[in-house]
Design a binder for this molecule. Sequence first.
Ligand code: ZN
Length: 373
Amino acid sequence: MNKAVYIKDFLQAFEAVVPERLAYDWDAVGLQIGDINTPLTGVLTTLDVTESVIDEAIEQGVNLIISHHPIMFKPMKKIDFSTMKGRIIKKCLLNDLTIFSAHTNYDRVNGGMNDRLADRLGLINREVLVEEDSSTLIKLQVFVPNTHKQMVDQALINMGIGTMGDYEACVYEMTGTGRFQPTEKANPFIGTSGAREAVEEIKLEYVITREQVSVALATIHSTHPYETPAFDLIPLLNTGKVFGLGRVGDLTESLPFDQFVERVKSIFGLQGVRVAGSKDQVIKRVAILGGSGEKFVMDALKKKADVYITGDMTFHPTQDAEALGLNIIDAGHYLESVMKEDFKQISQSIFTKKEWDYPIVASKGHTNPFRYK
Ligand SMILES: [Zn+2]
């Protein structure tokens, strides 16, 4: 029989795709309710956690809900079962459900919410709209005897080590001589206690991110033949991938504004959007930011966007954008609901890689409070 998979096993793999450290300090991401030491029965993905979403998870027989919006955003002072939140918590406890949220970390990560929105629009020459952070790069060098070079290198590559820009499996190797003298206490793979040895060793060099350090060291320790493998972690001044909210990029062809609005509606299946700006504006460069994006109008202007697509735009920031020549499409906060399918895909690829077989469902529930008349 297959070994049980625990919720924590799944979440560890999910963390590698959507790291928690990318969330803002004010956010409430990660485990919301539940016990990660419970065996996993399946995953349900949702934008928001409402009572009907909890019912859906129970009906589907899955015990892990991954949401974009956290359920416990503000600290609670009491749990009153007559309120919606109280009822949700009660149902989770009674049905042994776990809720986990990936919010601003998913908004900011490369390949996350904003890249997936930009993918759907087909934006090319893409940049981060609000550049906030970049990954710290580290040079990993590990010294291995020639006999084990292939094995250590392949194991590291299999764990995603050695990715530089659009290139994978990047490694530099150099041959040298390692000298060592095992002490009386040592149990050496090569040589004998008390005698100085000289071994031809290969130095393998990789560029890794801070998030990859623990997986790289665990891989080295499990594949390297030496009792005490020699390796170095050297911090670099080279800048890694830029992180931040929103994306800006070009359409492959320019479109009149009205036509572009229709295209946005059809791509995202929207019944209606609110628009501002000149009808005559020709749209080529597009900025998009899922969620509430009115604070970032100036960023869209700085990046020379012709139009800015976001949600929750209010009166004055929209007026300001229009006056500065930036067209606006307020597609609503619910635009983010595309993440239900995206989280499902991420989960599916984790399951495939790990050879796990559990149901993964995107919630069918509609959590948009707005209707279009
Ligand atoms: Zn949101």
